[in-house]
Each structure stands twice: as structure tokens, then as C-alpha cells.
Design a protein around this ligand. Structure first.
Ligand code: ADP
Ligand code: MG
Length: 300
């Protein structure tokens, strides 16, 4: 597993920014972390990259624990922070040289040249960062995040504030990089995960709302009845889809599923399915508004 987040809670003085969050990111995935402003995206990313500690729970990156092995974690993870606080007075190469020094990279010059080519900075490489457009600044940020060749990249809202052309270019660059690295990127825009990510984790008010294939998120029907069903063990999505009366299935968290159903009286079918498959239904709840309203909010 590239990233393993288990029951993580973060409390800032008196505010709960993350509430019992769990998910995994597998090697090679490009996962979207989608949620409205204030949902807890940046907080989660700062914890994964060892910038701030969690209040509770456990996180591993490439098998290393963020609390116990922060140096190993930092060696394996590259981070593009939200407001990409680049030093505007520094020259592009000077800044990358500085970053390469922090990571004690031996063949600095060569590596900086490689990075400049990889992120498409060649024509701007001799400028000061302050003289670059937002799109090119993001390229510098990406080069900085990858200079030590990490396996995992954490990109916090990497395309916010870009114009449509820059947006397209940075999206393509991220997809290109994603062929070789594991990427988790945050955004508050649904179209963004559609364009880049196979899988999307939706977070709202510090809680995971859904975690499934991006294309399946669009199957949510606004007026269907939705049940939240929690089993004691893992269940296969295709099995759940076969239950009579179930229209659509969406993963919430590991053993918890959203089932869109035709009518309330299919609950018995669910219990029967569980018995046949030696599962226990821990809870069945009717979904009131969170999924739909969150989703509407993100797609408008
Ligand atoms: P997002 O990145 O999804 O917009 P954040 O992780 O930045 O969300 O913030 C989640 C919540 O935590 C917000 O309500 C925010 O106001 C609060 N928060 C973030 N950072 C701090 C901090 N340093 N001190 C207190 N509250 C914070
Ligand atoms: Mg943020």
C-alpha cells in the first residue's frame, strides 16, 4: 500500500477538522481527494507529509509510519502545498538547487536539468519565480516535489487559479507523471477528478462521504432511496449489484456501501444476501441528505 490512513482524527484547539478518516491508496493509482472548502483536505495532506501531527489514528506511507519514521516518509513522498509558497525572489534553478540540497541529492546539476525538462520549464528556466505565470509556478512546484524521485506525490489543489490553457497543460503533466508515480491530489471541483483521477475519495466536514471509481460517482440518482449498509466483512461490489431491487452501488468506506434501491421493502433481500454469503449486517440506515447534497454542491 502506498498510503494507509487508519481512523485519523485531527482536532485544532476546539475544532474537529478530521473525524475518524480511513482510506488506502494503492501503488500506481491517481486518486482524487474531493471536497468543498473547509472539508479537511489540506489538513489530511499536511499530516500525510509529516508537516503537522494527527490527534489520533495511524498513517503509513510506503510502509513507514508518519509519527515514528518521518524521515523515511519524507524520503518517499513529494508534496506540492496548497498555496505553493515559492520564494518569488529566487531564480528557478536557484530554488531547485536549494531544494535538491535539502534532500542531499548527489548529482544536483543533472537532476535539476532533468526536472526542468520533465515539467516543461526549459524556456523559463533562467527567470525569477516571481516573473512566472501561475501555470509555470506550478511547474516549479511540481519539479520541487519530485526532485528526490519520491514514489508518492501529494498535490494540494494543483490546478486552482489556472486559466483554461494552463489547466489543460498541468492536468496532462500530472497524468503523465502518474504513469510512474502514485498520486493523491485534492480539489473542490468535480470536473477535475473526472479529468484526472480513476478513483475519488469524497470528504465533507472531516468525514469520508464516498470512496469509489470516479465514473461510478456519476450514477448517483438524485431522487432514489439510498441505504447505507455496513457489513462485518469486505463485500464485492458486483455481488451487491445482483441483489434484487438494487439499482446502483457505491462504496462509502471499506465495509460500508451506499445502495440505491427501488423501494424500502428490499431490506429483506439485503439480509438474505448477507446470510447466503456468511456476512453480518451491522447497520442499515436510510441516507438522509449528505451524499446527495454534497454531490450537488460539488457538481454545480
Ligand atoms: P480544505 O483544505 O478542505 O479546504 P482544511 O484542511 O484547510 O480544509 O481545513 C479544515 C478545517 O480546519 C476548516 O474548518 C479550517 O478552518 C480548519 N483549520 C485548518 N487549519 C487550521 C488551523 N491551523 N487552526 C485552526 N483551524 C484550522
Ligand atoms: Mg485546502
Amino acid at each position: 500500500m502506498s498510503i494507509e490512513v487508519k481512523n485519523v482524527t485531527k482536532i485544532y484547539s476546539n475544532q474537529k477538522a478530521l473525524d475518524n478518516v480511513s482510506f488506502v491508496v494503492n501503488p500506481g493509482e491517481i486518486v482524487g481527494f474531493l471536497g468543498p472548502n473547509g472539508a479537511g483536505k489540506s489538513t489530511m495532506m499536511k499530516i500525510i507529509t509529516c508537516f503537522i501531527p494527527q490527534t489520533e489514528g495511524q498513517i503509513k506511507v510506503c510502509g513507514f509510519d508518519v509519527t515514528e519514521q518521518p524521515i523515511d516518509v519524507k524520503r518517499h513522498v513529494g508534496y506540492l502545498p496548497e498555496h505553493n509558497p515559492l520564494y518569488l525572489d529566487m531564480y528557478v534553478k536557484e530554488y531547485l538547487d536549494f531544494t535538491a540540497g535539502v534532500y542531499k541529492i548527489s548529482n544536483k546539476k543533472e537532476r535539476i536539468k532533468e526536472m526542468i525538462e520533465m515539467v516543461g520549464l526549459t524556456i523559463e528556466q533562467n527567470k525569477k519565480i516571481g516573473a512566472l505565470s501561475k501555470g509555470y509556478r506550478q511547474r516549479v512546484g511540481l519539479a520541487q516535489a519530485m526532485i528526490h524521485n519520491p514514489d508518492v506525490l501529494i498535490l494540494d489543489e494543483p490546478t486552482t487559479g489556472l486559466d483554461p490553457n494552463q489547466l489543460e497543460e498541468i492536468r496532462n503533466l500530472i497524468k503523465q507523471i502518474g504513469k510512474e508515480k502514485t498520486i493523491m491530489l485534492s480539489t473542490h471541483i468535480m470536473q477535475e477528478v473526472d479529468a484526472i483521477c480513476d478513483r475519488t475519495i469524497i470528504i465533507n466536514k472531516g468525514k469520508i462521504v464516498a470512496d469509489d471509481l470516479t465514473k461510478d460517482l456519476h450514477n448517483i440518482k438524485s431522487n432514489a432511496i439510498v441505504l447505507i449498509v455496513e457489513f462485518d466483512k469486505e463485500v464485492n461490489k458486483s455481488q451487491l449489484e445482483k441483489i434484487d431491487g438494487v439499482l446502483n452501488v457505491l462504496n462509502k468506506t471499506s465495509n460500508t456501501w451506499f445502495l440505491e434501491i427501488t423501494s424500502d421493502n428490499i431490506r429483506n433481500n439485503i439480509y438474505q444476501f448477507a446470510m447466503q454469503n456468511e456476512l453480518t449486517v451491522l447497520t442499515i440506515q436510510k441516507e438522509t441528505q449528505s451524499l446527495e447534497s454534497v454531490f450537488k454542491n460539488l457538481t454545480k
